[in-house]
Design a protein around this ligand. Sequence first.
Ligand SMILES: NC(=O)c1ccc[n+]([C@@H]2O[C@H](COP(=O)([O-])OP(=O)(O)OC[C@H]3O[C@@H](n4cnc5c(N)ncnc54)[C@H](OP(=O)(O)O)[C@@H]3O)[C@@H](O)[C@H]2O)c1
Length: 287
Amino acid sequence: MTNNKLILVIGGTGMLGKPVAQQLRADGFKVRLLARNPEKAQKLLGDGYEIIKGDVGNPASLRAALTSVDGVHISLKGGPTEADFNRMDHIAVRDIAQTAKELGVGRVTLISAYAVSEEKADTPESRSKLKGEAALKSSGVPYTIFRASWFMETLPLFVQGKSISLIGNQIHSLHWIAAEDYARMVSKSYQTDETLNKELYIFGPEAYTMGEAMSIYAGYAGVKVSPISTRMLSIMGTVSFNTEWKSMATLMGHYERHGEDGSSEEANRLLGAPQVMLKEWCEKIAR
Ligand SMILES: NC(=O)c1ccc[n+]([C@@H]2O[C@H](COP(=O)([O-])OP(=O)(O)OC[C@H]3O[C@@H](n4cnc5c(N)ncnc54)[C@H](OP(=O)(O)O)[C@@H]3O)[C@@H](O)[C@H]2O)c1
């Protein structure tokens, strides 16, 4: 398929931005990346991308990257401090949306999370994401927000040595989603106007609690599941001045409290339902 549309991906070197950039390209879009380190981006993604050096905190580079594009996909990540969540999940999204509106960009797509809502805004990250979503919606630029569930790709990130840390009392069933399914859905969203001005819930095909998903992954990765409470992780973070651990304890506390709500029916109807099952994904990465 050929496609003359030019899409900017911001965060295209990231865990979830890279597969989106690759899928857009595979679907025939021209893809531009805004990258702090163009050499790193080129190495990670290879040829076939236009790379603009810049930073979302630098208005001139943001404007240059947004010039002449048909759409922009935002896949930034904030934290671990409150100021940094606000800077990336709120202020950067607001600035991108406002600049995109000024330049007449056709649409902005944004990754968000399922537990982002007024009632659930009880952590620095969820508050910042909620403000970012609100800024995008009020900017006047056409948008699609992807409120995704937990990604299968995060499971290996909890492995330390021979164990995988199950942090907190994670009772909720979650529809684990593979990045490849999500990337296909984001790219598809650029091929229809029916996705405009919507928040779409992106849920994978099967539901497992975090403990269940980790047990399945642990079987393939040859590690054992080690539970730790959010309180213990927070204390360890405090005594060792480890901001990442403290932030992780806060994040996992959020997910202890909030399960999935929202429905993936509309996303699946418009973009095709996700197909990749957790065991299939584990088998693929264990190979
Ligand atoms: N994990 C999940 O299950 C899940 C579920 C739902 C939503 N999410 C959300 O998905 C988002 C993306 O997560 P991720 O894991 O893909 O993050 P990630 O791997 O850390 O990627 C972040 C990207 O942002 C870029 N970036 C950072 N600061 C920048 C700046 N100042 N200017 C321009 N680019 C900058 C990074 O580029 P560099 O290469 O320069 O560092 C990188 O490409 C997060 O907001 C996360 O909360 C995650």
